[in-house]
Design a protein around this ligand. Structure first.
Ligand code: SF4
Length: 217
């Protein structure tokens, strides 16, 4: 199947129709708690992160409270999260830098955000988009895989996929589309066994495991 502009438009239309305004699964109450949750979510499911933050946030929902913890106490707080030792160090470093460089506030600027320990391009984009409402597309493992399978974006790095998606998706929909692709990856287009038989994009997907007649514009 050749994935034309019309097919990409139809793929996006169906994703929007299916996932509408579904947002992040992570629980948060402020830009700071969102930033903490997103840092914890690398190599860890959102469900697990929500269990950990439900335990932590009643006591540790500001950088001021967080920096009062020792490294070993922080490790204990998040011991059931993947890569917890590294994340504990990053969380304390991040909280410390917020206090020393940003008045205790999470910055909105992309370069300021990625200057914080534990904050990469994906995390910065999620925080800018979800906490501050900037149009952004964060490319995580689901967005990367689903975009590649649909040939909506064929880049071989998250940065290339982000750039391609920004060209094919209207800016007003960047943040919503990021969630459509995540939800599609979580619910249907799984890494190992994609559920093509129930996929609403079956006849517009060049990677479908089931052969059907391609959709015609
Ligand atoms: S048809 Fe299959 S491979 Fe294509 S998007 Fe749907 S689940 Fe993924």
């Amino acid at each position: 199947m050749r994935v034309t502009k019309a097919i990409k438009k139809e793929q996006l239309r169906r994703l929007e129709e299916t996932y509408k305004d579904e947002g992040t699964m992570l629980h948060y109450t402020s830009p700071f708690t969102l930033l903490v949750a997103v840092i914890l979510s690398a190599q860890c499911t959102d469900k697990r992160v929500n269990i950990i933050t439900a335990r932590m946030f009643p006591r540790l929902d500001t950088p001021q409270k967080m920096v009062a913890l020792s490294l070993s106490d922080m490790e204990k707080e998040i011991h059931d999260c993947g890569l917890y030792k590294n994340k504990a160090k990053n969380l304390l470093g991040m909280a410390h830098e917020l206090l020393t460089k940003f008045n205790g506030e999470v910055p909105e600027d992309f370069d300021d955000l990625v200057s914080l320990p534990g904050v990469g391009r994906k995390t910065a984009n999620v925080v800018r988009s979800v906490a501050f409402g900037y149009p952004a597309i964060a490319v995580d493992t689901h967005v990367f895989r689903v975009s590649n399978r649909l040939k909506l974006a064929i880049g071989d790095t998250p940065e290339k996929v982000e750039e391609e998606l920004k060209k094919v998706i209207p800016m007003k929909n960047w943040s919503r589309a990021h969630h459509w692709l995540i939800w599609h990856g979580r619910r249907i287009c799984h890494a190992r066994n994609p559920k093509c038989q129930v996929c609403p994009l079956l006849n517009v997907c060049p990677s479908a495991m089931i052969k059907v007649s391609a959709w015609k514009p």
